[in-house]
Design a protein around this ligand. Structure first.
Ligand code: SF4
Length: 48
């Protein structure tokens, strides 16, 4: 399942949601996506 998404989300890539495990029963996942993750915090806060 490929979900078009324009959120600045960690899983969003080129306008598509790369999180394929997502389960959407109705409507759009964009507004209130439970899987939404901020993309910026991921690499900034973590230093390895
Ligand atoms: S997890 Fe949700 S917010 Fe993130 S890209 Fe997928 S659909 Fe969009």
């Amino acid at each position: 399942m490929i979900i078009p998404c324009s959120e600045k989300c960690f899983y969003q890539e080129e306008g598509l949601c790369t999180l394929t495990q997502i389960t959407i029963s109705s409507g759009t996942p964009l507004e209130d996506c439970p899987y939404y993750r901020e993309k910026h915090n991921e690499k900034k806060g973590t230093k390895k």
